[in-house]
Write a protein that binds this ligand. Structure first.
Ligand code: PLP
Length: 339
């Protein structure tokens, strides 16, 4: 049995998903003539109570388009030091948008309104202009941590008060929503723009959505084209996205449950320490020296389990749609064997 805990991006479309993809009605989306993409964008906008949405090839692109639309060169964005926009998008906020960044720290990849307010630069000739705050929910490298609406509201209020835009990197927003039971519409009210990945826990092969008001999405459509993300008959991909939103949201709870089961087994392993709180489908933990992350990954690999390295001692496991109950049992059996 091959078990892949590297990421929730490794899933492959199920026969049911492939079926709706095959049958999708398509057109040229650069002319906004793909009915399936139009349907997905409308469905997502309605779901979040936002005016409009834009289907893009990746979550990196939706985040980078949002940064580009909300800022001018010489502005700065404010985000956590572990955030994807800073750590995993090649520093491209500087490349695409000519902006710098103020990095905040905080437990589990999360930031607070006080931190945001304290980091806003006064308007001198020599300071970058603070114009955009980005948060991530769930926080990937923060260990899959979940923000509640109550935690985000004060940050949203601080942004409004200080004339900052507020963007959500919601690559795994639905993982947060199934835990907190907050509603997508609550999020539509909190943020100026939201990015959602269809290709993570939701199990679509490709695609992310950017949400915002009409004027923002109009601008975003132009930036998407300029970044090379204007796709033609991509309704085949959007069909998978519609299927994912209709069928694969509630089951995310199962991924979270399985992650907790694995974390409990990890607790008992003598060479494992510092397991971050498991709040969704992501587990971060360290192995004790002299063992290294690579040693442990090798051990896992010999037993048919793939996982990801995040530092000399740090490992990440991620559960997902293609990680079955049978695989959970096998993973637990193998891990217990290391004891
Ligand atoms: C995966 C991910 C993205 C987007 O990644 P792509 O691979 O470009 O789709 C954005 N933010 C977070 C937190 C992610 O985990």
């Amino acid at each position: 049995m091959e078990i892949n805990l590297v990421s929730d991006t490794v899933t492959k479309p199920t026969p049911e998903m492939l079926e709706v993809m095959f049958k999708a009605e398509v057109g040229d989306d650069v002319f906004q003539g793909d009915p399936t993409i139009n349907k997905l964008e409308e469905m997502a906008a309605n779901m979040f109570g936002m005016e409009a949405a834009l289907f893009c090839p990746s979550g990196t692109m939706t985040n980078q388009i949002a940064i580009n639309c909300h800022t001018q060169p010489l502005d700065e964005i404010i985000c956590h030091k572990l955030s994807h926009v800073y750590s995993s998008e090649g520093g491209s906020f500087a490349f695409h948008s000519g902006v710098s960044v103020t990095l905040l720290d905080g437990p589990q990849g999360k930031i607070t309104a006080d931190q945001v307010v304290e980091s806003i630069k006064p308007e001198y000739d020599w300071t970058a202009r603070s114009t955009l705050v980005v948060v991530e929910n769930t926080c990937n490298i923060g260990g899959g941590a979940v923000y509640t609406k109550e935690e985000l509201q004060p940050i949203a209020d601080a942004c409004k008060k200080n004339n900052l835009k507020f963007h959500l990197d919601g690559a795994r927003l639905f993982n947060a929503l199934v835990e907190t039971r907050d509603k997508p519409k609550d999020y539509g009210e909190l943020f100026d723009s939201i990015s959602i990945c269809l290709s993570k826990g939701l199990g679509a092969p490709v695609g992310s959505l950017l949400l915002g008001n009409q004027a923002f999405i109009k601008k975003a459509r132009r930036i998407r084209k300029i970044m090379g993300g204007g796709m033609r008959q991509a309704g085949y991909l959007a069909a998978a996205g519609i299927y994912a939103l209709e069928n694969n949201v509630d089951r995310l709870k199962l991924d979270h449950h399985r992650a907790r089961v694995i974390a409990q087994v990890l607790e008992d392993l003598p060479f494992v320490e510092n397991i971050r709180p498991v709040e969704s489908n992501i587990m971060f933990f360290d192995v004790k020296k002299p063992m290294t992350a690579f040693d442990f990954l090798d051990k896992l690999k010999e037993n048919g389990i793939a996982a990801a390295n995040f530092g000399p001692q740090t490992i990440r496991f991620v559960t997902h749609l293609d990680f079955t109950e049978e695989m959970l049992d096998e993973t637990v059996r193998i891990l217990k064997g290391f004891n």
